[in-house]
Design a protein around this ligand. Structure first.
Ligand code: TYD
Length: 213
């Protein structure tokens, strides 16, 4: 019997402001690869580590109670756990790893709170594997906020204020690494999925080897 395996792990990141549709797109991509018997896992940040749980509690309670630097530490510590326990082992095992948010969110969101984006990047790049592709789903801030209000039936929390998200968006716009792929987030869910899929298929091409068992 023969089976198809990847010659190396592949890291795919989905980024964007709140309401951009990252989570929906990450799941659609996961299902698509899984259906094609490609070894794939999905994960998200913040995670459910002790640090990630603290972040979620703070997001609900209000960020005024915490300094940006202290909040930044929580995101970095959460990511260290994530990289060591899940991301690196899965990449080593030759899987496709799909992440809903990664350190580009820290550059953009904590950068928009006044921390230095270049310092954030440098500290994260010490322990974070770089992605093969980082999709930034682009939508106007106003659409993101409206989607949160309408679809989730909730008022945007403190992470999601319009002016703040404008600044976050501007930092996402400034990222220009060779693995960044900007995706137009307007239009239907399937339409956006297809835009992402074209790039992922190109990325996966030639990454398979046939194994005789
Ligand atoms: P997320 O889980 O994507 O939000 P949701 O509640 O919609 O599922 O992320 C929670 C918030 O955390 C989001 O507003 C972005 C913010 N965030 C940062 O500020 N820095 C980071 O490094 C990450 C990963 C997220």
């Amino acid at each position: 019997m023969t089976s198809r395996v990847l010659t190396k792990g592949i890291l795919i990141v989905i980024e964007g402001i709140d309401g951009a549709g990252k989570s929906t797109q990450a799941k659609l991509l996961y299902n698509d690869l899984d259906r094609r018997n490609i070894p794939v896992i999905f994960s998200r940040e913040p995670t459910d580590s002790e640090y990630g749980q603290k972040i979620r509690v703070l997001a609900q309670k209000g960020r005024e109670s915490i300094q940006p630097e202290e909040e930044y530490r929580l995101f970095v510590n959460d990511r260290k756990v994530h990289v060591h326990t899940l991301i690196n082992p899965a990449l080593k095992a030759g899987k496709v790893v799909i992440l809903d948010r990664y350190f580009f969110s820290t550059i953009a969101y904590q950068g928009a709170l006044g921390l230095d984006p270049e310092k954030i990047r440098a500290e994260n790049e010490i322990f974070c594997p770089l992605p093969d592709a980082a999709f930034i789903i682009d939508i106007p801030t106003k659409i993101g906020i409206d989607r949160i209000k309408n679809q989730r039936n909730e008022t945007p929390n403190l992470f999601e204020k319009e002016q703040y998200l404008e600044n976050v968006s501007r930092i996402f716009d400034s990222l220009n690494d060779e693995f960044i792929v900007r995706i137009d987030g307007k239009g239907g869910v399937e339409e956006v999925h297809n835009r992402i899929r074209i790039h992922v298929d190109a990325l996966l091409e030639n990454q398979f080897q046939t194994v005789i068992e």
